[in-house]
Design a protein around this ligand. Structure first.
Ligand SMILES: [Zn+2]
Length: 167
């Protein structure tokens, strides 16, 4: 078994794979990933998971390692409620909505695309579990696959570059 990334691993980080994993994202010319699954009355994509309704863009933001240092809301810089492209999403306050025209916000750098997956619900419990299982010897590659995130993201979680506030 080779520890280093293979070209195939790299390919799995591409948007079309995300689309296939979710089964309901269309990547359009504007760069938006438009949610084609269920939507709520305001046009936001919604996911039904464990009996709960989750906004698809919020799910995508968290699954791709977004943090809520800017505020409790996940805002669109593209003004497209159905978009779940993490590069178009940032955390903010309701007041920030009126400033959305300023551009892409704090998350200006490009983030590697994690593969969205129904198990990629990276809440605090998942973060704790990833750290515990990695500490007990499970391979980062397998954890990444199971949780539907990149190995880079797993590494960031382990080294607390992400989710540093979670014990
Ligand atoms: Zn967008």
């Amino acid at each position: 078994m080779k520890p280093q990334a293979t070209p195939k691993d790299h390919d799995t980080a591409k948007a079309p794979t995300v689309s296939r994993a979710l089964g309901s994202v269309n990547v359009v010319a504007s760069g938006c990933w438009e949610w084609s699954g269920s939507r709520d009355a305001k046009g936001y994509g919604v996911i039904y998971l464990d009996g709960k309704t989750i906004k698809a863009h919020r799910y995508s933001f968290v699954a791709h390692g977004g943090t809520f240092d800017g505020g409790p809301f996940v805002l669109h810089s593209c003004d497209n409620p159905s978009c779940v492209n993490p590069d178009h999403l940032r955390a903010g306050t309701p007041l920030d909505n009126v400033r959305d025209m300023d551009g892409r916000g704090r998350r200006g750098q490009h983030h590697p695309l994690g593969v969205l997956h129904p198990l990629a619900r990276l809440d605090e419990g998942a973060v704790v579990e990833i750290r515990r299982r990695r500490a007990s010897g499970e391979r980062a590659k397998l954890l990444a696959a199971e949780f539907g995130i990149s190995r880079h993201h797993v590494s960031n979680i382990i080294h607390r570059k992400r989710w540093g506030h979670v014990a």
